[in-house]
Design a protein around this ligand. Structure first.
Ligand SMILES: Cc1cc2nc3c(=O)[nH]c(=O)nc-3n(C[C@H](O)[C@H](O)[C@H](O)COP(=O)(O)OP(=O)(O)OC[C@H]3O[C@@H](n4cnc5c(N)ncnc54)[C@H](O)[C@@H]3O)c2cc1C
Length: 500
């Protein structure tokens, strides 16, 4: 139940109080709400979401073909079976999330159209005061909360990243970013260039190839893809045996995770063999004469960037049919009728789609202060990629890159619920993490090792992110297989946790 508090941020204002405030109703925030309601039923909470509905990533992205690039058995929650094909459309993911909200009566906890703009912590009151703007009225509303559960994702939802190419103003056609796909765009019979080589470009190109005059995927450098049928044979077999869906979900998740662990180990131990397998699958679609070396052979080792799955080889089938093609070159400038490349070649276009990635958003672009001082997030050190030194009563859900994001959202949720119960048992009002005496000489490094993982949006924004140490407890290890056992075993009375 909520109660009314008087805020001290400005003039006395009416603020609604909750024990926990969850930021964002994407897959992480809705999962957090589910776990909190189940594991801490006496805890009052609210989810504030800037958008008009739930889904986060899956409502922001509305480009043709939008789908997951990992399987929904593991991208789905551990508590709700996924019963369809592994790679899912955004619409299917939204339906799944909607079912979770409805079946668990979570809707009453979510306030849509509430963008949080500021959050301030008071050590005197052991409270966060939250300032939010309502989308419908423009009104400012205030909340207080004992604990902040940051489920705001990692990128800015209102605008994607577009490099500043010369000549864009001269281009007479239309330039669109997939993150802001316009309703009125008509690509039928048009010549389209999609700039980029990541999962978005690889999804968009086959989705529009059938209707365009021609679509070119223009990439500066190639990406690894893997391909296969969009079906999970084990799930189908278990279904044929009339096994309960709850069991199928658990068994299939374990099998997928087992296979992924083996595959990741192979990428590290025998990268050349893995590379040849991946490229062999591409050649099987494109034929021996296709220049796989130029267009589909990256210079990095497999898995250093997210490896996207191409269901049923649709991208390669589009290329093989001649409706789509790949050009690997650099952009010199936009011209009135297309793009001039550094090689001197000109590509004509009616529409140019810039599938060039995201703008990193650290902590949801919220102005944070702690006892009146601005929080400089990059001055903090992360505890397991979820808590931050000197920041009380706050956890951030930052999922995995190599395994499904939601695996970590579930693990972090268990941790938060355990921590909240522990605080209650100790009668502690606040908890923050602090380096221990044995961590005093620990080297402090960037959030992630670029040798290990280096997508553009992270590299562009790495200076904004907290620091990591060289011990597992002081970094986001990106290792689900270690964290699934380590997280439940975290000693909440370790000296890294400071309670007041
Ligand atoms: C096109 C695309 C496909 C992807 N496919 C996969 C995949 O297959 N597998 C995988 O593991 N990962 C995938 N990812 C990564 C994906 O973003 C995450 O897996 C996951 O959806 C993130 O969920 P989230 O809830 O943490 O964040 P988001 O989906 O980003 O949701 C965050 C929510 O918080 C809200 N919010 C942010 N700031 C504020 C604020 N200040 N006030 C109020 N609300 C706020 C936003 O409006 C948004 O609704 C994909 C990403 C993209 C862009």
């Amino acid at each position: 139940m909520t109660q009314t508090e008087t805020s001290t941020i400005a003039a006395p204002l009416q603020a609604e109080h909750f024990d926990v405030l969850i930021v964002g109703a994407g897959i992480s925030g809705v999962g957090g709400a589910y776990h909190l309601a189940r594991q801490c039923p006496a805890t009052s909470f609210v989810v504030l979401e800037a958008k008009e509905s739930f889904g986060g990533t899956w409502i922001t992205h509305r480009y043709p073909g939008i789908r997951s690039d990992s399987d929904l058995h593991t991208f789905g929650y551990r508590f709700k079976p996924w019963t369809s094909a592994p790679i899912a459309t955004a619409a299917e993911i939204l339906k799944y999330m909607g079912d979770v909200i409805e079946e668990n009566d979570l809707g009453r906890h979510i306030r849509y159209g509430h963008r949080i703009v500021a959050a301030s912590w008071s050590s005197e009151r052991n409270l966060w005061t939250i300032e939010a703007r309502r989308a419908d009225t423009g009104e400012t509303v205030w909340f207080t909360a004992g604990f902040l559960w940051m489920c705001q994702g990692y990128y800015r939802h209102d605008a994607g990243y577009t490099p500043d190419w010369p000549g864009t103003a001269e281009f007479k056609g239309r330039i669109v970013h997939p993150q802001s796909w316009p309703d009125d765009i008509d690509y039928k019979g048009k010549t389209v260039i999609v700039i980029g080589s990541g999962a978005t470009a690889a999804t968009l190109v086959p989705a529009i190839a059938g209707e365009c005059a021609h679509v070119t995927m223009l990439q500066r450098s190639p990406t690894y893809f893997f391909t296969g049928r969009n079906i999970n044979e084990l799930a189908e077999m278990l279904r044929a045996l009339q096994i309960d869906e709850t069991w199928i979900h658990e068994i299939v998740r374990r099998k997928i995770l087992h296979d992924q662990a083996l595959f990741t180990a192979r990428c590290v131990n025998e990268p050349d063999a893995v590379t040849q397998e991946l490229l062999g699958a591409v050649r099987a679609y494109l034929g021996a004469d296709y220049d796989v070396a130029t267009h589909f052979t990256p210079s990095y080792r497999p898995w250093r960037q997210r490896l996207a799955f191409i269901p049923d080889g649709d991208l390669f089938r589009g290329i093989a049919s001649g409706k789509a093609s790949v050009v690997t070159d650099e952009i010199e400038r936009f011209t009135p009728h297309g793009i001039r490349l550094k090689s001197g070649r000109e590509l004509p276009a009616d529409i140019i789609v810039t599938a060039t990635g995201f703008n990193l958003s650290v902590l949801g672009d919220i102005d944070f202060t702690i006892d009146g001082k601005p929080l400089v997030f990059s001055d903090t050190v992360t505890y397991r990629g979820m808590m931050f030194t000197g920041v009380p009563n706050m956890v951030w859900v930052f999922g995995y890159f190599r395994a499904s994001w939601t695996l970590r959202a579930d693990l972090v949720a268990d941790f938060v619920c355990r921590l909240l119960r522990h605080m209650e048992a100790k009668k502690a009002k606040s908890v923050e993490v602090a380096l221990r005496p044995e961590d005093a000489d620990m080297p402090l490094l960037d959030w992630i090792d670029p040798e290990n993982f280096n997508p553009g949006y992270l590299m562009r924004g790495i200076h904004l992110l907290p620091r990591r140490g060289n011990k597992p407890e002081w970094q986001h290890t990106q290792d689900y297989w270690a964290e699934k056992d380590a997280f439940p075993a975290i000693d909440l009375d370790d000296a890294a946790f400071v309670y007041r």
